[in-house]
Design a protein around this ligand. Structure first.
Ligand code: PDD
Length: 280
């Protein structure tokens, strides 16, 4: 089965799909996106993803006539046409295609792009041994809560991390405050308490982050949302990442420092098992 694309009403193989050179997403990064996945063909946490999508649209003042039900129908159609067991669904909405100008255009319809491809997950070895990550100065803008396609700082940090053999880049403020990774949220386990940075305009409200917080609380795992410094993280018993494409993934090395024993810890493993029970 081929990877599939939907652009403004039309399905095609992904390599045949095109948008205008005047699209504001292409020229100005004037758009937002969502990334969802399926488990055994079924979309995971679709309502939560739709809620966040509409929040992003509102936050950038993008006028549209989309409804959650209509978008879900197109996504489900695309997933069915592609036919993968585990699909990665990318959805992007931009402020349309028109003569380049920074002010909002009048009466220009938004561009809706959806792609579905086979999901590639971290390998079993990465889950069993844990991954290394690398810190990066958080040079992103002040509205990281909006899931915008303006991702150049994430691109540069991810590339630097990959070149150093690391799985992810961890954004840290000048004062040592840990925010999140380029494509995932971050958690630590310290003295038996699971800790993750609180929601703010400096991080994305991850759907997986929220699911893991809820799972921890339901299962009697002590859980706090509070500021974490890089020193806290380096001294933690466990560190893990959460995200649609990562689920719950242990981190065993940060820059050249080993976390605790350098092996994935029991709390991370338990939360991943609980997460899989919820998802499957
Ligand atoms: N990224 N933080 C950032 C900056 C992200 O880009 C993502 C997800 C997350 C995790 O969010 P969620 O649990 O809702 O997937 C946190 C997607 C996968 C991406 O950009 O490809």
């Amino acid at each position: 089965m081929p990877s599939i694309a939907y652009v403004n009403g039309k399905f095609s193989p992904i390599e045949d799909a095109v948008v205008s050179v005047e699209d504001r997403g292409f020229q100005l990064g004037d758009g937002i996106y969502e990334v969802l996945r399926t488990y055994q063909g079924r979309l995971h946490a679709v309502e939560e993803h739709m809620r966040r999508l509409f929040r992003s649209l509102d936050a950038i003042g993008l006028k549209h006539a989309f409804t959650s039900a209509a978008l879900e129908e197109i996504i489900n159609d695309a997933v069915k046409r592609a036919g993968f067991t585990d699909s990665l669904v990318y959805l992007q909405i931009t402020r349309g295609a028109t003569k380049r100008a920074k002010v909002f255009p009048q009466a220009v319809p938004p561009t809706l792009v959806i792609t579905v491809r086979k999901l590639e997950l971290p390998t079993d070895a990465m889950r069993e041994r844990g991954v290394a990550i690398m810190t990066a100065d958080d040079i992103r803008w002040q509205r990281c809560d909006i899931k915008t396609v303006c991702l150049l700082p994430n691109v540069l940090a991810s590339q630097r991390a990959a070149a150093a053999g690391c799985f992810e880049a961890l954004f840290v403020e000048k004062d040592g405050t840990v925010n999140e990774c380029a494509s995932a949220n971050v958690f630590i386990v310290a003295s038996g308490v699971v800790v993750t940075p609180p929601l703010s305009t400096r991080i994305l409200s991850g759907i997986t982050r929220e699911e893991v917080i809820t799972l921890a609380r339901k299962n009697g795992v002590p859980m706090e949302e509070r500021r974490i410094t890089l020193d806290d993280l380096l001294a933690a018993d466990e560190v893990f990442l959460t995200g649609t494409t990562t689920e719950v993934l242990p981190v065993v090395k940060v820059n050249d420092r080993r976390i605790a024993t350098g092996k994935p810890g029991p709390v991370t493993q338990r939360l991943h098992t609980l997460f899989r029970t919820l998802a499957d």
